[in-house]
Design a protein around this ligand. Structure first.
Ligand code: DGY
Length: 328
């Protein structure tokens, strides 16, 4: 039996590339050339490799798998396996209409993403970005009693928006810092999953009760600009905002205005609407910590994501089974 053709849109960790090369005839992108940003080019490459084209495509967050890209894929494509838990870069309806399965990489990145949320929380609360910039710029005149005073996390109320796997890891970390947990979710969780967090059944009640908002909700039309001027107005004076979910869930103009006046004390952002573009209004603000979508970026996690993405492909293309992490 010839190996099935697999298109890799992106450069992957070495162990993942090696496993893929062992089991598939690869059409790959070993240097991360930007053709992965162009849907028509992805579809053209999916038709390469012989046997009528790729049977599967291993894709990544940000690849434009919209309706036009999916419509242009060759008939050979049976599965899109995304190297991400998020699926907002894929038009799931368009894939279903073509009987193309979609699978993702949940669970394996939860701890790493929560680590980045917590990194941003500490940076925002303790003004770590400002301090680092001051030292690097040679502007540090020495220790001073009132210099760069932040706020402690101990005893503060952390509000977790989206109390799924990543949100719950964040909550567990926050307990170690003596924080009180609150959450807002589309449904209340069983007590054993709540970890002592207080459930709120309204946005206003939730936002008014917390000192820190940590956002862990998916992108897409239903959550677009969830954090807008009205909801910011429902938050406490001087609250902190952290977002490691998707940039589209924040109204940037509203958050920038609130950071500028100090209505929101500080923010930590790992994701941006239209990334890698970052709203220029953030760049001049000292009270926002900005990271380049590092949530899952550990060596261990990226290997686990790659292995799960290949497990999804193997199930469908090598064994004729359902993928372990089927979406929908
Ligand atoms: C995801 O998995 O959706 C992240 O945003 C990329 O790791």
């Amino acid at each position: 039996m010839p190996k099935p053709v697999l298109l890799l849109t992106r450069q992957l960790p070495p162990a993942i590339e090696a496993r893929a090369a062992r089991d598939y005839a690869l059409v790959s992108n070993p240097t991360d050339e930007p053709w992965y940003k162009d849907g028509a080019e992805i579809a053209r490459r999916a038709a390469q490799g012989g046997h009528g084209g790729a049977a599967g495509i291993l894709i990544a967050a940000g690849d434009p798998f919209n309706a036009a890209t999916i419509a242009a894929l060759p008939a050979s494509v049976r599965i899109l396996s995304t190297f991400s838990v998020g699926t907002d870069h894929i038009d799931l309806k368009a894939a279903a209409a073509r009987n193309i399965l979609v699978a993702n990489t949940p669970d394996v990145l939860s701890f790493a993403t929560a680590e980045i949320a917590f990194t941003l929380l500490l940076m925002a609360a303790r003004r770590a970005g400002e301090g680092e910039r001051m030292v690097r710029a040679g502007n540090w005149a020495g220790w001073a009693p009132t210099q760069l005073m932040g706020v402690t996390l101990q005893g503060k109320r952390l509000g977790i928006l989206g109390y799924g796997r990543i949100g719950r890891e964040m909550g567990a970390m926050a307990k170690g810092f003596g924080m009180e947990l609150h959450y807002r979710n589309n449904r209340r969780l069983a007590p054993e999953l709540e970890n002592g967090a207080l459930y709120h059944d309204s946005d206003a009640g939730f936002l008014g009760a917390i000192d820190v908002l940590s956002m862990h909700i998916p992108g897409g039309a239903a959550t677009a600009k969830w954090l807008n001027a009205e909801r910011i107005g429902q938050m406490r004076q001087g609250a902190i905002v952290i977002n490691t979910g998707r940039g589209s869930t924040v109204d940037d103009e509203a958050l920038i205005a609130a950071l500028t006046t100090g209505r929101i004390r500080a923010a930590g952002l790992d994701v941006f609407d239209g990334e890698p573009r970052v709203h220029p209004g953030y760049l001049g603000l000292e009270n926002v910590a900005l990271l380049p979508h590092l949530g899952s970026a550990t060596i261990e996690t990226r290997d686990r994501m790659g292995h799960l993405a290949l497990d999804n492909l193997d199930a469908v293309l090598l064994r004729g089974e359902a993928p372990p992490a089927l979406v929908g």
